[in-house]
Design a protein around this ligand. Structure first.
Ligand code: NAI
Length: 306
């Protein structure tokens, strides 16, 4: 069955080029009405221009789709609120939000400035929060919402020179984990994308052949799946060059140590048991961890928990 988005209104941030452009075009091709947001600045976040967003809107319209351009800076909440109002005034709802806009200020931690760090957090993390916050009430009232946050392998696993970016990209996963809990009652699902693609962001970092394989269009199906009616929830979907995988945050079983062994030496003595990959599993919420610790403690102490 073809997955379509007829009657759905989507906002895609940073959609003037690269991954966002590809997501916006495919959503429109499959029936969504799309707000093509882009600040239109340089890779490092300096400058602004409406040209990129307007040209993607023209592309969508030429293919028979519906789209409007928006130049909000996602780091500016007032502008983001105006963007959501523009969508509501034009089409009356917002069903899909793809938080994609981003910049880079790569520098080793030793050499990078705190101002750059804050700017990267502002665009990626606060940008995602601003857009999600501005849509949240609308989606709650509609009892429908599909949100994607864009993470990165740099956040999940680290990448030299990207402390700022990695922190922001892991931050959006933290936001997702709680948003899914608060949105569940309202049929709002939140998922994360961890893409790898040949765009201006990765230009010069990849050999030509790899760049050609890693087209944004090979990533877009992942986003479209994550914002479909039957989307999963709380999933980190990784995509690039036609490959797809799921990343998970897992934890080993809790190993209870007797009061005498609750020391750094005790932990060292039991390290292989505590750090045992064979017991890794996913937790569905923060409280599960407390419960896990308490369960083995109660067992160890021979007491009953109410
Ligand atoms: P890109 O640089 O081609 O596109 C990003 C777009 O966001 C640009 O059009 C830019 O004007 C816009 N933008 C930047 N700051 C903005 C702001 N404050 N408000 C509104 N728009 C703004 O980059 P690309 O590669 O398409 O990246 C898209 C997303 O995917 C980003 O969040 C990026 O961090 C993420 N990502 C990309 C990877 C890749 O391999 N290309 C890897 C992992 C994550």
């Amino acid at each position: 069955m073809t997955i379509r988005y007829d009657g759905k209104v989507a906002i895609v941030t940073g959609a003037g080029q690269g991954l966002g452009r590809s997501h916006a075009i495919e959503l429109a091709k499959r029936g969504a009405k799309v707000v093509v947001n882009d600040l239109g600045g340089a890779k490092d976040g300096t400058g602004a221009s409406s040209a990129a967003a307007l040209s993607v809107v023209a592309e969508i319209e030429a293919a028979g789709g519906e789209a409007i351009a928006n130049g909000a800076n996602v780091a500016n909440y007032d502008e983001v609120q105006a963007m959501v109002k523009q969508a509501l005034d034009t089409w009356g709802r917002v069903d899909i939000l793809v938080n994609n806009a981003g910049i880079l200020r790569d520098k080793s931690f030793a050499k990078g400035s705190l101002d750059d760090f804050k700017l990267v957090l502002d665009v990626h993390l606060m940008g995602t929060i601003n857009c999600t916050k501005a849509c949240w009430e609308v989606m709650r009232e509609q009892e429908y919402g599909r949100i994607v946050v864009t993470s990165s392998s740099s956040g999940l696993y680290g990448n030299f020179g990207q402390t700022n970016y990695g922190a922001a990209k892991m931050g959006v996963i933290g936001a997702m984990n709680t948003l899914v809990q608060e949105g569940a009652k309202y049929n709002i699902r939140v998922n994360a994308l961890a893409p790898t693609a040949g765009t201006r962001m990765t230009e010069g970092l990849l050999p030509d052949k790899a760049f050609e394989l890693l087209t944004p269009e090979t990533v877009t199906p992942a986003v479209l799946y994550l914002v479909s009616e039957d989307a999963p929830n709380r999933t980190i979907l990784c995509a690039g060059a036609g490959g797809f995988s799921v990343a998970k945050i897992v934890e080993t079983d809790s190993v209870w140590l007797s009061p005498e062994e609750q020391t750094p030496e005790g932990i060292a003595a039991h390290w292989s048991q505590i750090n045992n990959d064979d017991t890794l599993r996913e937790l569905k919420g923060g409280f599960e961890q407390s419960l896990k610790m308490l369960t083995v403690a109660a067992e160890g102490l021979g007491i009953k928990l109410d």
